[in-house]
Design a protein around this ligand. Sequence first.
Ligand code: NAP
Ligand code: GDD
Length: 344
Amino acid sequence: MKSALITGITGQDGAYLANDLINEGYKVYGAVRRGSTPKIGRLSFLNIIEKTNLVSLEVTEFSNVYNILTEIKPDLVFNLAAQSFVQDSFKHPILTTEINYIGTLNLLESIKLSGIKSKFYQASTSEMYGEVLSDPQTEETPFNPRSPYAVSKAAAHFLVANFREAYGIEASSGILFNHESELRGREFVTRKITSQLAEIINGSDRVIQLGNLNSVRDWGYAPDFVKAMALIINNKPNDYVVATNKITSVREFLRLSAIASGMRPEFEGEGLNEKCFDKNTNKLICEVNKDYYRPSDVVFLRGDYGKIKKELGWSPSTDVETIIEKMTKYDLDAFSGKPRNFGI
Ligand code: NAP
Ligand code: GDD
């Protein structure tokens, strides 16, 4: 039986990937770091807790990483563990760097030193393009990172390429553009919008506080994107952009989500004074709050997935409208007295 170790299994992507690999017959090991309560909500929701082998792993601790890898000797290692919230990386740049860069180095160095033959997948990111130097972004577009998160991920990305070249380690990076789902963390803007709209629909007086509404992203669906990870790791080591090539602004995501929630959204004002009202109730549902602006932001991303389509046959299958419908339905159900889906 083939085996895979997923760091970050408790996160959005880790849970969906584990589900796919289990269905494909892999023995899946999931790296979990200690917390005061177990963060297994997503794995429970997908009903795969009993089918995963959870191991205690803190990626910043070299001996921990080395011992787990040499004990399990997995065929595949997916490195998804990260401090993944860009805004938080401005407050915690050292922690972000240790997890995202040193964590990756610990894994690669352990594979190198132990001589185990694991194939390695690195969760690289479109954030590395930062203030983009060409449009759409491809595997050839230079990086121009705009946050400690993006810098740490760019450093890890180069490290992966270096271990591939220098030591022949079968390591690949997927440069994934933003991907969302019902299991997305609530601090990211898409889930913040759909979950807080659901609270308002269910009677809360909350007014959603957002930052830059003009920011534009290339949003895909996480269950589609984890399929690309599995294709990448199982082919010749290389780097691939994974994206949809379609763009949507934060304002438009809010407008479409409000409509999907049954509201009639209308925007008034500009800049910091911009507000969104539900014309069905005349209630204020969203206002701009400068606390959610970043010291430096990435305001535009659009990926070209031509290489992965041509070489590995992957294409996105879910458009942003469908993603919004799915997330909205999930959050409306969760807030309307139905079981809270394990707190996700
Ligand atoms: P996520 O939901 O934030 O999950 C991050 C995972 O990393 C969680 O399981 C977390 O564990 C784990 N982790 C954090 N610090 C750790 C540490 N020190 N030791 C061990 N595990 C640790 O992220 P995601 O959205 O699934 O993204 C997965 C990966 O893809 C990340 O590397 C992210 O940077 C990258 N990425 C994501 C996107 C996207 O749009 N989602 C796009 C490009 C790249 P806890 O549950 O204990 O916190
Ligand atoms: N989170 C958040 N909250 N973002 C907001 C808000 C808000 O209230 N208001 C506006 N935004 C803008 C951000 O400034 C950013 O330009 C955009 O919405 C998207 O923010 P996030 O959803 O937090 O995602 P991200 O693009 O910064 O990072 C995500 O995608 C990356 C891939 O490009 C994360 O998943 C990263 O881990 C991932 O690498």
